[in-house]
Design a binder for this molecule. Structure first.
Ligand code: HPA
Length: 271
């Protein structure tokens, strides 16, 4: 298992901040981190052994800050399997969060809509996932100090937290869908035949992230909430070719609603 030295200064700064909520920001959604009060920034490059992402629009740093009374550690920039990282390398941020006292991680992403009822810009609460990435972040030696060899995945996206956020979102008149997230490895988008297969399997949205972090978080006892910003109909549904620019533009257009939803998750749902 990928190990990081928890005794180094940069990690100790995070541990002494004592956040209770971890927030991983997906493509086009990274600006949220800038909302946190009294922010302190820690670049990933300050942490020895920490991966660094080269994806455009990712800032590669932690932001430690507060929202109301809640202490939050946000990741502006995450690591993707398709960048060439092995999935176990994604353990570095999750394990730092766990050691710092985080109880719940909020995972966010941009995703293609498999459910033909979804429109670009809509937000989908993740109810469960299907891992079609071809790998698993827990492959390799198990560190029993974090969790068991064969962790249960029955309730990855904590049902009680989902019920609460659905109620709060309805009160705030914020439209929220719910569905199953499928992870593909990427970086090529899916083919129309793959999209049809994923629909048959029961997927509602498809993306290239989130699942490894969700598995790692559950393995080490953290609760997980996941939200996808549906940025486009998945390949073949609209007949239009997909582009990263379209994905980023749709995420930008959903920004206000996304921010409101994450505000509610942090201030009203998470401990
Ligand atoms: N497929 C995979 N990942 C994505 C998509 C998609 O259609 N849109 C945004 N991220």
């Amino acid at each position: 298992m990928y190990q990081i030295n928890m005794n180094q200064d940069s990690v100790q700064r995070i541990i002494s901040f004592a956040p209770s909520i971890g927030l991983i920001l997906g493509s086009g959604l990274g600006d949220y981190g800038e909302k946190l009060e009294d922010p302190e920034f820690i670049s990933y490059s300050e942490i020895e052994g920490f991966p660094v992402s080269k994806v455009e629009g990712h800032k590669n740093r932690f932001i430690l800050g507060k929202l109301g009374e809640k202490r939050v550690i946000a990741m502006q920039g995450r690591f993707h399997f398709y960048e060439g990282f092995t999935q176990d390398m994604l353990a570095a941020p999750i394990h730092i969060m766990q050691r710092a006292g985080v109880k719940t991680v909020i995972l966010t992403n941009a995703a293609g809509g498999l459910n033909v009822g979804f429109r670009p810009g809509e937000l989908m609460l993740i109810s469960d996932h299907i891992n079609l990435s071809g790998s698993n972040p827990l492959i390799g030696d198990n560190d029993a100090g974090f969790g068991p060899r064969f962790p249960d995945m029955t309730d990855v996206y904590t049902a009680s937290l989902r019920e609460k956020i659905k109620e709060r979102a309805a009160e705030a008149e914020l439209e929220l869908r719910e569905g199953v997230y499928v992870m593909a490895s990427g970086p090529s988008y899916e083919t129309p035949a793959e999209v049809r297969a994923m629909q048959i399997l029961g997927g509602d949205a498809v993306g290239m992230s989130t699942v490894p972090e969700a598995i790692l978080a559950r393995h080490c006892g953290l609760k997980v909430i996941g939200v996808s910003c549906v940025t486009n109909p998945a390949a073949g549904i609209s007949g239009q070719p997909l582009s990263h620019e379209e994905v980023m533009a749709a995420a930008e257009s959903a920004k206000k609603r996304f921010e409101k939803l994450v505000d509610l998750m942090i201030t009203e749902i998470c401990e």
